[in-house]
Write a protein that binds this ligand. Structure first.
Ligand code: SF4
Length: 698
C-alpha cells in the first residue's frame, strides 16, 4: 500500500521535490482508490516515473487555486469526476440534488457544473502555454457535438468549450501514458495527433493518420434532427478498437478529429492498473467533514471486468468502455481481497465482485477479436446471438476462490447480473452458486419494463426471458430453503413508451402485489442512443420515428402510474388512467389500481363492474379504441420537438420498423438477422405474484 499523492506544496517538499511533472485535477474529492478514474490516471503517471500532484475540487472562481502548487513541468490532466457533473448535480426532473456522494461530507457546491470546461479554462489562465489534456467520463461522452438535456440544446464537442489541447476518451491508461511520454520527450502537444483514444481540433483533416470517415457537422446536427441521428449512428458504429475508423466532425472552420478507440487493456495490464499502490482510502484532509460517502460502496468491492456487450441503449458505458470484455486474473482479484482482509474496517464481507455487468468475464465471441464487434446487432437483445459464448465457469470459479480466502465470510454480487446471458449458459452451475452463496437476501435485476416494443427501444430482452429467470430463481431458492427476493429496476418514459405502455406495466406490477420503491425516470444523459431518440424522435439504429414523452407532465403521469399507491400520486394516476382511456382501472375491483378520487360510484362500475375490458391485451401493439396512438399522442405536445420538422410525419408508425433495412453489409456473422418485436411477438405474461418480497397492503 502506498502513500497519498501530494496535494500541497508542503507535501511536495516533504517528498524532497523541488517541482513536479504533471498536475492531475479532479472534480471529485481525492479518494485514493482504483474505483476513482482520476486516481487511476494519477497512479498510472506515477508508475511511469513522473512526479504527480493532485488538485481536487479547487476553488474555480479564479486561477489562484490552480497555481497553489506551482507550474507543472509537462502538463495538466483534467477529469470531470466519476459521473457526469450534471447528473451528479441534478435529478432527471432537473431539480438540484441535496447530496453529492463524491464530495466530502456529501456536500453540494464544491464543484461547478461542467467542471471539465471550467477547470481547463482556469488551468490555461493559471499556466499559459501549458499543455492541457481533458479526460474522464464527462469529456468522453461529450466528445462529439451532443444533445445536452439540461441546456435543451446541442452543444459543441467539449473540446472546444474547454479549449483543451487534447482529449482522452474511453478508458485512458494507454493514451495517458503515450501523451505523457511524448510531452516529457519535448514533443509539442499540437504534434500529438496519432494516439488512439484521443481527440483534438485541427484546421484540416490532414494531421489524422488513421483511416477515417466523417459525420454531420456541428451546424448540421443543430439544424436537422435526422442528421443528428445519422451522426450518432456513425459515432456508435466506429467505436470499435478493431475495425473503428477516426471520425471527423466539422465545427465551424475547425475540424474535430476523434481518433479510433484505444485497444482494451489485456488481463496483465488490467492487473497492473488494479494493483498500483493505492491507499484505498479517502484523503485525511476530509476527516473533519466525515469522509467522502462514495468510498463506502466500493471500499470492499472488486472490479473484475471492463466493457459491456449488454447493449442497453440508455446506458453510456459501451460508448465509454467499449463492448469488448477484458477481465482481471483470478490471482490479481485474490490479492486484492486478501489485502482487504487486513483492513481493520473489514468485517468479512466482500460487497461486490462486479463491473459494468457482473457476469461478463470474457468477450462475447472469439471472432470479434479479429473482426471487431458486429454493427447493427446486439450480442444479447432481444435474443442472444447464436455465436455468443455464455460460459460462466470462470466467473463461478473466481467467486469460489474469493470466498475461500481466510477472513472472508461472504462474497456478494451486487453489480447487475445479465440474466439473459446467465440463462444462455449451458448448465445451471453458476445460477445455483449465485443463489446459494452470493445474494444478500435480494437480487437486483433490471427488466426495466414488460412491454415488448418498449424493451426493443431500450435494447433489453423481452419480458418472457425475465420470467424464465424468475421461475428458475424461485425454484432454486425453494429447493435450497432460502427466502430471497428479486428487486426489479424499472424505468418510466423511455423513448417508445406511451402512456398505455406505462398503464400496462402498472397493471402487471399490481398483479404481483408489489409496488417498486424506486422508479427511474428516463434520464437523457449525454452520449446514449436513447438520448438521441429522446432529442430527435428517431431511432438511430433504423432511422424510424419513435414516440417520446418529453413534456414534464406526461413524464410525471408515466412515473405516477408505477407508484400508484403513493397518496401523493393519486391525482396523477387518475388523470393518467382517464387520459389512457383506462377508467376500468379506477374502482373497487381486484384489478383496479385506484379508487375514485371522491368516493362514490367508480367509472369501472359504471362501465360494467371493474373488469378489464381488453383481457389479454398485454403485448398487443394496436392502440385501444379512442386512445391516441403514439403518433397521434405526439401531435401538438410541447417539448423540444415542437416547431421543428418532424421526421415522424414522413415515415411509418412505431412498431412497424424493418430492422433489416439497409443492413445487408452489416449482417451479423453467422447470418443471424437482427430481431425485433415485429418478428418476435411478445408472449403473454403469466406471472401473477411473487415478485420481490410482497408488501403488506395498508
Ligand atoms: S457475432 Fe454475435 S456475439 Fe459476436 S460480436 Fe457479433 S453479435 Fe456479438
Amino acid at each position: 500500500m502506498g502513500e497519498f499523492l501530494p496535494v500541497s506544496r508542503q507535501e511536495m517538499r516533504d517528498r524532497g521535490w523541488d517541482g513536479y511533472d504533471f498536475l492531475v485535477v479532479t472534480a471529485d474529492a481525492y479518494v485514493d482508490h482504483p474505483s476513482f478514474g482520476t486516481t487511476i490516471i494519477a497512479r498510472v503517471l506515477e508508475a511511469e516515473g513522473y512526479r504527480v500532484a493532485i488538485l481536487s475540487q479547487p476553488d474555480w472562481h479564479s486561477a489562484a487555486a490552480f497555481q497553489r502548487m506551482g507550474r507543472p513541468r509537462w502538463g495538466a490532466f483534467i477529469g470531470g469526476g466519476n459521473i457526469d457533473s450534471m447528473v451528479a448535480h441534478y435529478t432527471a426532473a432537473k431539480k438540484r440534488r441535496s447530496r453529492d456522494q463524491y464530495s466530502p461530507g456529501g456536500k453540494m457546491g464544491l464543484r461547478p457544473d461542467r467542471p471539465t470546461i471550467v477547470y481547463a479554462n482556469r488551468c490555461r489562465e493559471a499556466f499559459p502555454g501549458l499543455p492541457v489534456v481533458i479526460g474522464g467520463l464527462e469529456a468522453s461522452l461529450r466528445r462529439f457535438a451532443h444533445y445536452d438535456y439540461w441546456d435543451d440544446k446541442v452543444r459543441r464537442s467539449i473540446l472546444f468549450d474547454a479549449q483543451a489541447d487534447l482529449m482522452v476518451y474511453g478508458m485512458g491508461e494507454r493514451a495517458t501514458r503515450e501523451i505523457a511520454g511524448r510531452l516529457a520527450a519535448g514533443t509539442p502537444v499540437e504534434e500529438i495527433t496519432d494516439v488512439r483514444g484521443t481527440a483534438y481540433a485541427a484546421d484540416s483533416p490532414a494531421p489524422c493518420p488513421f483511416s477515417k470517415t466523417t459525420c454531420a457537422s456541428y451546424e448540421e446536427v443543430c439544424a436537422d434532427k435526422r442528421s443528428y441521428a445519422q451522426a450518432t449512428k456513425v459515432e456508435y458504429d466506429e467505436h470499435d478498437p478493431v475495425r473503428g475508423r477516426a471520425i471527423l466532425q466539422r465545427h465551424g472552420a475547425k475540424w474535430l478529429i476523434v481518433n479510433p478507440p484505444s485497444a482494451p487493456l489485456s488481463t496483465k495490464e488490467l492487473d497492473a492498473v488494479a494493483e498500483l499502490p493505492y491507499v484505498r482510502e479517502v484523503h485525511p484532509m476530509y476527516d473533519q467533514d466525515g469522509g467522502v460517502p462514495a468510498i463506502e460502496e466500493v471500499r470492499f468491492s472488486v472490479t473484475h471486468n471492463r466493457g459491456c456487450f449488454g447493449g442497453c441503449n440508455f446506458c453510456s458505458l459501451a460508448f465509454h468502455q467499449g463492448r469488448m470484455i477484458t477481465s482481471r486474473s483470478h490471482e490479481s482479484c485474490i490479492r486484492e481481497v486478501t489485502e482487504m482482509t487486513h483492513d481493520p474496517k473489514f468485517k468479512g464481507y466482500i460487497h461486490d465482485v462486479g463491473g459494468p455487468s457482473a457476469n461478463f468475464r470474457h468477450p462475447s465471441c472469439q471472432e470479434q477479436l479479429k473482426r471487431g464487434m458486429c454493427k447493427n446487432r446486439s450480442c444479447l437483445a432481444p435474443t442472444p446471438c447464436r455465436n455468443i459464448d455464455p460460459d460462466h465457469s470462470d466467473y463461478t470459479k473466481l467467486l469460489q476462490e474469493l470466498r475461500a480466502i481466510p477472513g472472508v465470510k461472504k462474497v456478494f454480487v451486487r453489480s447487475g447480473i445479465r440474466y439473459d446471458y446467465l440463462l444462455a449458459g449451458r448448465n445451471d452451475e453458476f445460477f445455483r452458486e449465485l443463489v446459494n452463496h452470493h445474494i444478500s437476501g435480494q437480487l437486483k435485476v433490471a427488466p426495466e419494463h414488460c412491454v415488448a416494443h418498449v424493451l426493443d427501444y431500450m435494447g433489453k430482452p423481452h419480458f418472457d426471458v425475465f420470467e424464465s429467470f424468475w421461475d428458475k430463481y424461485q425454484t432454486f431458492n425453494r429447493k435450497e430453503g432460502r427466502e430471497q427476493y428479486l428487486v426489479p429496476y424499472l424505468m418510466s418514459s423511455h423513448p417508445g413508451c406511451t402512456l398505455s405502455d406505462a398503464v400496462e406495466l402498472a397493471e402487471f406490477l399490481h398483479s404481483t402485489g408489489h409496488q417498486p420503491e424506486q422508479v427511474q425516470d428516463f434520464y437523457p444523459t449525454p452520449g446514449t442512443l436513447s438520448t438521441c431518440m429522446y432529442y430527435t424522435g428517431i431511432d438511430p439504429r433504423t432511422m424510424q420515428p419513435v414516440y417520446v414523452a418529453t413534456d414534464p407532465h406526461d413524464k410525471a403521469l408515466q412515473r405516477a402510474l408505477l407508484q400508484w399507491r403513493k397518496p401523493e400520486m393519486r391525482r396523477l394516476v387518475v388523470e393518467a388512467l382517464h387520459k389512457a382511456g383506462r377508467e376500468d382501472l379506477i374502482g373497487y375491483g381486484p384489478q383496479c389500481l385506484i379508487r375514485p378520487l371522491h368516493g362514490g360510484r367508480s367509472p369501472a362500475a359504471e362501465a360494467g363492474g371493474g373488469q378489464r375490458r381488453d383481457k389479454g391485451r398485454r403485448g398487443a401493439s394496436t392502440p385501444r379504441q379512442g386512445e391516441a396512438s403514439p403518433r397521434q399522442a405526439d401531435t401538438g405536445r410541447s417539448g423540444p420537438n415542437r416547431g421543428i420538422s418532424d421526421p415522424r410525419k414522413r415515415q411509418g408508425k412505431p412498431g412497424t420498423t424493418d430492422p433489416r433495412r439497409g443492413e445487408a453489409k452489416d449482417m451479423p456473422r453467422g447470418g443471424i438477422k437482427a430481431a425485433s418485436s415485429a418478428q418476435q411477438p411478445q408472449k403473454p405474461l403469466k406471472r401473477k405474484k411473487g415478485w420481490a418480497k410482497p408488501k403488506k397492503r395498508k
